[in-house]
Design a protein around this ligand. Structure first.
Ligand code: ATP
Ligand code: MG
Ligand code: FE
Length: 358
């Protein structure tokens, strides 16, 4: 079976075809980073226009590189939320038109569910990613701890009260004068830095529950940076590197504190069965955080799985795969009447509750 998936929720135009035996048959991705970099962040209007310009040829490229026709697909999937409404509309309407014109079912994919299910695509025998599992989803717009019970059954245990994980990286990078998107740049600079130099606060440490908070951490970095500027007249590279290293290390500690609590809670509720932890989302591409979470998982007797680095940030394969999972579970699925949903919490089923914004 084949599913073609389209991702246009933010600043990547991406299309992929995956098979039911977990092969990525075709995979095209066009990042708009350069178009947005001058503004220091994603501009929704520019993003939507760029998706319109490039999506059709990416679809054609995918099909021709796989030597397949639209009629060879079993379903067409697209991200229908959460995300920027303009981009969502472009991807969703393109996918719906393709589905309608070729008599295929359309599958409305939740972008966060797709991040959360991606590790199953790259787990050959599925043993490390069988349901249920505990999940840390850390991306540009989210930071959540979830219990994943099935392809469409998510229980949210905790979320961020302010900034998302990726957002904290991006804002920190910006205030240190590094480019956009900031995550990879902070990680690179941190490699050369001293993570013990600046004492930074660890918001929420030891608090009850599983929620996160990162805005205090970012503000503390700003204060330290201002002190360095006051002392030397400008922000020297050595201080930038040290601040990045301290920020990243504190971020790791924050995640470990909250996730450690969630693991204990999860273990007490799932005394039988495997202990599986899965991390996903763009920030899961960070090697320092991956290593920190690996040792935490080990300490709590959990196995850790994460997508390969290239499938952590937004891509089409994750959407196609999420569509495939739902298609395999419910072969008669067709969500052609689903609207785009800029806000779409993961623990809500696909059917929108009429009249409710969130
Ligand atoms: P969401 O999935 O919440 O809608 P998004 O799709 O924009 O948001 P992703 O594509 O999953 O987010 O991830 C992008 C984020 O990941 C950016 O904030 C980026 O800075 C961050 N990121 C990417 N690589 C790294 C890295 N190596 N270290 C830290 N952060 C990273
Ligand atoms: Mg992006
Ligand atoms: Fe994403």
């Amino acid at each position: 079976k084949y599913v073609l998936g389209i991702e246009t929720s933010c600043d990547e135009t991406a299309v992929a075809i995956v098979s039911s035996d977990k092969e990525i048959i075709a995979h095209k991705i066009l990042s708009q980073i350069e178009e947005h970099a001058v503004y220091g962040g994603v501009v929704p209007e520019i993003a939507a226009r760029s998706h319109i310009t490039h999506l059709d040829s990416l679809v054609e490229n995918c099909l021709s590189s796989a030597d397949l026709a639209l009629q060879d697909m079993n379903a067409i999937a697209a991200t229908t939320g959460p995300g920027l409404i303009g981009g969502l509309m472009v991807g969703m309407m393109t996918a719906k038109a393709m589905a309608q014109s070729s008599g295929l079912p359309f599958i409305a994919v939740n972008h966060l569910a797709a991040h959360a299910l991606t590790p199953r695509l790259t787990d050959p025998d599925g043993s490390k990613t069988a349901f249920p599992y505990l999940m840390l989803l850390m991306s540009g717009g989210h930071c959540q701890i979830l219990e994943v019970l099935d392809v469409d059954d998510f229980k949210r245990l905790g979320t961020t009260l302010d900034d998302a994980t990726g957002e904290a990286f991006d804002k920190t990078a910006k205030l240190l004068g590094l480019g956009y998107p900031g995550g990879p740049q902070v990680e690179q600079a941190a490699l050369k830095g001293d993570k013990t130099r600046f004492p930074l606060p660890q918001p929420m440490k030891g608090k009850a529950g599983f929620d996160f908070s990162f805005s205090g951490l970012k503000t503390a970095v700003r204060r330290e940076a201002e002190k360095c500027v006051a002392e030397h007249g400008y922000l020297r590279e050595i201080e930038i590197n040290d601040l990045c290293a301290c920020f990243q290390d504190t971020m790791a500690k924050c995640l470990m504190d909250r996730l450690g609590r969630a693991m204990k809670d999860y273990t007490s509720r799932h005394s039988k069965g495997g202990r599986r932890l899965i991390i996903a989302g763009g920030v899961a591409a960070n090697t320092y955080l991956r290593n920190a979470l690996e040792s935490l998982a080990c300490e709590h007797n959990f196995t850790l799985s994460a997508p390969p680095l290239a499938l952590c940030t937004d891509n089409g394969a994750m959407i196609a795969w999420a569509g495939m999972e739902r298609f395999l579970k419910t072969p008669e699925i067709n969500e052609i009447n689903q609207p785009a949903r800029p806000r779409w919490p993961l623990d809500q089923k696909a059917e929108p509750r009429v009249g409710r914004g969130k």
